[in-house]
Design a protein around this ligand. Sequence first.
Ligand SMILES: [Zn+2]
Length: 131
Amino acid sequence: MASVAATAATTNYYKVSTEPDAWVSNDGGVWSAQTAVGDAVAATMVDANGVPTNTVVLNTSFDNLQFAGLNVAASQNLALVHEALHTGTQLNEFQLAAKLGLGTFDNTLEGLKAASLSISLYLRYDCPPGQ
Ligand SMILES: [Zn+2]
């Protein structure tokens, strides 16, 4: 976890709500932060090979995020930890879910969203072992 924390301390964060015109590299191209994050609350940008980089985009929905019964601050912290796991390990959604023992997910957009949600729920409920 030390490397995850060290990486998080040097992560470049972009907030769509305060930097709507920011441009970020993602998936081999350059996009507006809004386009790059899509409809996700937050997203770690990836390189052309799909490997997580050290850039995170926070969507407007991050500003008032309330996740699974948590207040805004706790929800935002959870989202930041989630992204820090990507930047710190360079594992994508599917790889990170598998590493945490959350199973495998279909390689589709729906599968990606399900893997992401499972990671956030895992963090939300204090990282239960043996899932
Ligand atoms: Zn994720």
